[in-house]
Design a protein. Structure first.
Ligand code: B16
Ligand code: MG
Length: 211
């Protein structure tokens, strides 16, 4: 086997919370009369909450203090967390769940590398609360993707060197983070178009052919 561990991004790889992020940011944008659409939302993938807010505010004419910005980010998160309440174990696809089991049966360690501060809440809702060998997320990093910190921490938690781990990502920022950290990466969805991705996969199951 080429790798001893797989580090998964969460939003967009293990589950689809992008719709909830979209709806929550849309509410913030509408309140401020800022134009916001799915295309802009795509730029928020893998990016931290405060950096996402800055992208949303690119089309805002007024001036906001740091305190006002923090309040907006907090409000967005409240909407988002309310939407997450709708998630259940049924939101974990059979393909993802089967593939995780098969990867583990091959002897691979499995970890999460997510920019989200809600990662553990989401894993809990999906019934994966204690499934992974390590969870590195927005709560244990200073710099989010495309900085490699979240993946380097995941490797450290697993006590593995980056070259023994494969990162799976749906966002360009995540593929770049993996490359900067010395990890090979598998790009899925939009990230499959990234030149820097070591492998381009069409579906989650294809990972079984990569490791
Ligand atoms: P939160 P990932 C990322 O998760 C999302 O893709 C990104 O859209 C979001 O802004 C970021 O988490 C922070 O999320 O507001 O919940 O802390 O793709 O790295 O798993
Ligand atoms: Mg993602």
């Amino acid at each position: 086997m080429k790798y001893q561990a797989v580090i998964f991004d969460l939003d967009g790889v293990i589950c689809s919370t992008d719709r909830y992020h979209y709806l929550a940011w849309k509410k913030i944008a509408d309140d401020l009369h800022i134009y916001f659409d799915e295309k802009i939302n795509n730029r928020l993938r893998g990016v931290s909450r405060m950096e996402s807010l800055e992208i949303v505010l690119e089309r805002y004419d007024g001036n906001l203090t740091e305190e006002e910005k923090r309040a907006l980010a907090e409000k967005k998160n409240q909407f988002y967390v309310e939407l997450l309440e709708q998630m259940t174990e049924k939101d974990l696809s059979a393909e993802v769940s089967k593939t995780l089991v098969e990867l583990r049966e091959k002897g691979l360690k499995l970890a999460i590398g997510s920019s989200s501060k809600n990662a553990k809440r989401i894993l809990g809702r999906l019934g994966l609360g204690s499934y992974f060998d390590a969870v590195s997320d927005g709560t244990n990093i200073q710099k989010s993707k495309p900085e490699p910190e979240v993946f380097l921490k995941a490797a450290e938690f697993l006590q593995m060197e980056p070259d023994k781990c494969l990162v799976v990502e749906d966002a360009e920022a995540g593929i770049e983070a993996a490359a900067r950290g010395g990890f090979d990466s598998a790009g899925i969805g939009e990230a499959a178009l990234c030149e820097e991705a070591s492998y381009k996969i069409e579906s989650f199951r294809d990972l079984l052919n990569v490791v």
